[in-house]
Design a protein around this ligand. Structure first.
Ligand SMILES: [Zn+2]
Length: 473
């Protein structure tokens, strides 16, 4: 197999950059030793290059998913949680099932989630895994990294967990043993030593990510955890302000709003990104923007759980990095990047339109540019990679890692498009990916990840669902 690749004749290339550089004027990309070394038009093939013909295809950067819970990939559409809001859903689905995951079941769930992402053009995944407890007889962190590596993807473990039991878990059936702070920090340090790579072409990383920091740690431990992470060179992540329950809790326990609580405890900054951030006051949006604290925007999960709509465009305007996460498949049964981006692109327009008012009281119709395709692509590529600290990844330019997807617009869904560059995002649906490349390696061809038997995976999933159903009855 030839190591270097020349991709030629693309109908369009979106770079992942924002503004005028969002679209590349050229059609060819040369990849050597995993890195893009040249972008141009009419490039000539070298003898050592594999040539990929991208005629009638568009090329995007590989997506960067900044928030997921892969173990939930076997918990889609659980009937007891399908019509619930966040807090009762947490009790009915993730907390009820999390103790049923042994090593085998966890591996199958992770694989399903990763394959779903791959088939939507995703090459970098940050998974918020929080099933850690003392005495576990398998190493969940190692399993996650192994599964991602086997599929050729970049992977970041957002190492979750808790040192206290939260009120929602205050039931014998839902409880899970907690770690002490020392156990948690020692485990994060050991995992980071093994898996946290620095350098622009890193394939694996670790972040400190207590599950929901306002309820997972007692107040005195927040600063300690933040300082420990920073001393290890790790970023910070957590769930925050996903529903109004976060506001109720922080008001009652701490006498302030959630983001004010984080500010008091050294949990804001350019090395912090927070999942959801749906319910924010104008002052909190300003604090997040001024401190360059990022968001993992998960619009489908937020809609599914009736949380609301995160003010992602407003956060972006104030200076917060906006990134995209699909969240776990127990609250987003379409946990793939294309459906997430299609939804994000439309959602903020719908919201702006819903808020528009007729003249003379209002401004008439508005909101048609509330989010642009270029902006959505940027959020899900360059912005995400920068937030996670994958410095050489996330946009297409000479010197950057060769992480990219070649989409064939050969489905009737795309017939009639005037601007093919927009196709994968504006038309939505599952795309046909001719080649998905990560670090210069082709890891998926014609929608099939390397070496993977999709039919077998489907049968394994079915068997695990049957076993979970039998355990619950
Ligand atoms: Zn989540």
């Amino acid at each position: 197999m030839k190591k270097n690749i020349l991709i030629r004749n693309a109908a369009a290339i979106m770079t992942g950059l924002s503004g005028e550089k969002a679209r590349s004027p050229v059609s060819d990309i040369r990849i050597e030793n995993g890195v893009i070394t040249e972008m141009g038009s009419g490039l000539r093939a070298q003898p050592d290059e594999q040539v990929l013909d991208a005629s009638r295809c568009v090329i995007y950067p590989g997506w960067v998913n900044t928030h997921h819970h892969l173990f939930q990939s076997l918990l889609k559409g659980v009937p007891s949680g399908i019509n619930l809001t966040l807090s009762p859903w947490l009790q009915a689905v993730p907390f009820s099932y999390r103790r049923s995951f042994d090593e085998k079941r966890l591996r199958i769930a992770i694989r399903i989630g990763l394959v779903e992402l791959l088939r939507s053009g995703c090459t970098t995944v940050a998974d918020h895994h929080y099933l850690f407890q003392p005495g576990q007889d398998f190493d969940a962190a190692a399993i996650l990294f192994e599964e991602a590596q086997a599929l050729g993807m970049r992977f970041m473990l957002l190492r979750g967990g808790a040192t206290v039991t939260r009120k929602l878990e205050d039931h014998e059936k839902l409880q899970q043993a907690t770690e002490t702070l020392d156990q948690m920090l020692a485990s994060v340090q050991a995992t980071a030593k093994h898996f946290h790579q620095t350098g622009p072409m890193a394939m694996s990383k670790v972040a400190m990510a207590p599950t929901s920091v306002h309820v997972s740690l007692p107040t005195q431990e927040l600063k300690e955890v933040a300082r420990a992470a920073r001393s290890m060179g790790l970023r910070l992540h957590s769930h925050m302000s996903e529903s109004v329950a976060y506001i109720e809790h922080c008001r009652e326990k701490f006498g302030c709003l959630p983001i004010e609580y984080l500010a008091q405890n050294e949990w804001l900054g350019s090395d912090v990104w927070l999942a959801h951030l749906v319910h924010l006051s104008p002052a909190e949006i300003k604090m997040l923007g001024e401190t360059r604290t990022g968001i993992a925007h998960c619009p489908q999960s937020n809609a599914r759980l009736a949380d609301g709509i995160a003010p992602a465009p407003a956060l972006a305007k104030m200076g917060s990095p906006v990134t995209i996460g699909v969240d776990g498949a127990a609250s987003n049964e379409a946990a793939d990047m294309i459906s997430e981006l299609h939804f994000a692109w439309m959602l903020h327009r719908a919201q702006a339109g819903a808020l528009s008012r007729a003249r003379p009281e209002g401004h008439g119709e508005e909101g048609g540019d509330a989010t642009t395709v270029e902006q959505i692509i940027h959020w899900a590529s360059q912005s995400g990679a920068q937030m996670l600290g994958f410095d050489g990844v996330g946009h297409l330019a000479s010197g950057m890692a060769a992480d990219l997807a070649v989409y064939a617009l050969d489905d009737p869904r795309y017939f009639g498009l005037h601007d093919s560059a927009l196709g994968p995002v504006v038309s939505g649906g599952r795309p046909h990916i001719k080649w998905l490349v990560c670090g210069g390696r082709i890891i998926l061809e014609n929608d099939i990840p390397n070496g993977l038997d999709l039919e077998r995976l489907g049968m394994q999933a079915q068997a695990e669902v049957q076993a979970l159903l039998a355990m619950q009855s």
